[in-house]
Design a protein around this ligand. Structure first.
Ligand code: AMP
Ligand code: ZN
Length: 486
């Protein structure tokens, strides 16, 4: 049921209209949402994970407002080529070569790892449908046949292509100028293509004399043996699982210009109707100021974060402290700050508030709902919690109940049992490696060390107190000062 007494509209930044639109669902109480999923040839890095925490937050906002949500995240296990266009190797096949494994093993390994990452980030995967491209080959073939019957396709030596010139509105998402796309292209062009933006719907497996190794995944089709193009899976699986027209479709901003415009062109050519009402895109995560890239060697995975003694939910907290639609720069210092902040919230909940429930404070709830309904303003929602904790007009048990209510959207584990909460922070007593300490803390520790060397113990103690205030405990051992998170 929707929160009807006090309706606060949900506003969403829509890439299609380039403004914040008031959300109106297609069906009364249900929201249909498709999130472009991972290509499972490797672990998902923290940039990819932002895309799914964003989608999960969106789901939670709808649920908070009384909707039920039908959500799909596809698993791309064929057809995504290394160029992101129609040239290069299939990422899944090259992943299998890299690890000397069968494609099926690679797909399983990285799909399982992806689902595990989502679970650790407090995303309830039981509520989500995860269709695989390879399990929907027939649907994709039928989709392409319909496009063929309607005259949108043509054949080249390497596949069946979609003729984008037949759609006057091609490129409407993000107002893409296809001439500019061409100018920026680095890949070699298929000379048989009628227009630069045309894209493959079905690719033929290369003839045996042209390849060193036969593809592990290929299928018969009316056009010959081959495999589906990357974009067609999302159109076919979205239609199968969510229907011809849906409410929301999300992805990272890198998907706007090509992948999502291609999905629109295909689907709207088949149905003759608007495919998606609200297109939403998350901005990228950069690491230490740079694009996440294997060649730079700056890729960070959730496992690295866990190995460095940070709880996975501190990454979720860090994601929520910036708006999904702005770039966010990951640093270990920033993650350390989020870890401490989240730890303090849990500690407050367990040690100050106790286990007794009070009532949800209506004023704070209204503010909270206004923030999250305003295009998912999670930074403001997080700041509101801190304001509330400082507010002496609220009893501790009311604070507890209000925090638990907010956690339905934030997913920071407040609603877990106390024991579980403490387990999440089981590493709090461990020594943090100096490389992972926030810069400010490192500086204070150095200053204290210097003060001690100069036998200025008053100053050393003052710095120890300062560190304590910030949530760190410093202990002098035979090996030197040891810093632990309190
Ligand atoms: P992929 O597995 O490459 O298809 O990407 C999965 C999702 O992550 C897509 O929605 C991408 O747009 C998104 N994505 C890729 N890189 C980043 C990044 N650095 N920051 C945020 N999202 C990203
Ligand atoms: Zn997609």
């Amino acid at each position: 049921m929707k929160l009807t007494e006090n309706i606060i509209p949900i506003l969403l930044k829509n890439t299609l209209t380039n403004k914040k639109d008031v959300f109106i669902s297609r069906k009364k109480d249900t929201v249909t949402m498709y999130n472009c999923g991972p290509t499972v040839y490797d672990y998902a890095h923290i940039g990819n994970l932002r895309a799914y925490v964003f989608a999960d937050s969106l789901r939670r906002v709808f649920e908070y407002n009384g909707y039920s949500v039908k959500q799909v995240i596809n698993i791309t296990d064929v057809g995504h080529l290394t160029s992101d266009a129609d040239e290069g190797e299939d990422k899944i096949e090259s992943g299998a070569k890299r690890e000397g494994l069968k494609v099926s093993k690679i797909i399983k390994r990285y799909t399982d790892a992806f689902l595990e990452d989502l679970r650790k980030l407090n995303i309830n995967i039981d509520k989500i449908i995860f269709p695989k491209a390879t399990e929907h080959i027939q649907e994709q073939i039928v989709f392409i046949q319909t496009l063929e019957e309607k005259g949108y396709t043509y054949k080249t030596a390497d596949g069946i292509y979609f003729d984008t010139s037949l759609r006057n509105d091609y490129g409407k998402l993000g107002n893409i100028d296809t001439k500019k796309l061409k100018a920026g292209a680095r890949i070699k062009e298929n000379k048989e293509k009628r227009n630069f933006a045309d894209f493959a719907l079905w690719k033929f497996s290369p003839p045996p004399d042209k390849i060193e190794e036969k593809r592990q995944q290929e299928w018969n089709s009316p056009w010959g043996v081959g495999f589906p193009g990357w974009h067609i899976e999302c159109s076919a699986m979205s239609m199968k699982h969510l229907g011809k027209q849906i409410d929301i479709h999300t992805g990272g901003v890198d998907h706007i210009s090509v992948h999502h415009n291609n999905e629109i062109a295909q689907t709207e050519s088949v149905t003759g109707k608007q495919f998606v009402n609200y297109w939403m895109h998350n901005e990228h995560i950069t690491i230490e100021g740079q694009k996440i890239s294997k060649s730079i060697g700056n890729t960070i995975y959730l496992r690295n974060i866990i190995d460095s003694n940070f709880s996975p939910l501190s990454l979720r907290y860090w994601f929520l402290t910036s708006h999904y639609n702005t770039r966010a720069n990951f640093t270990w210092d920033a993650l350390g700050g989020s870890y401490i902040a989240l730890f303090k919230l849990h500690k407050y909940l367990i040690e100050e508030c106790g286990a007794e429930n009070g009532i949800i404070n209506k004023e704070y709830q209204k503010k909270f709902q206004t923030f999250i309904n305003d295009d998912l303003d999670t930074p403001k929602a997080i700041a509101l919690i801190w304001d509330m904790l400082k507010d002496d007009n609220l009893s501790k048990k009311d604070k507890r109940s209000t925090m638990l209510d907010f956690d339905k959207v934030l997913g920071l584990g407040f609603s877990e049992s106390n024991k579980k909460l403490l387990e999440m922070f089981k590493d709090k007593g461990k020594k943090l490696t100096v490389g992972k300490l926030p810069e400010e803390i490192k500086k204070l520790a150095d200053e204290r060390e210097k003060a001690r060397e100069e036998k200025n113990f008053i100053k050393a103690d003052e710095i120890r107190d300062k560190l304590k205030e910030k949530g760190y405990e410093i202990k002098d051992t035979a090996q030197g000062a040891e810093i632990t998170v309190k």
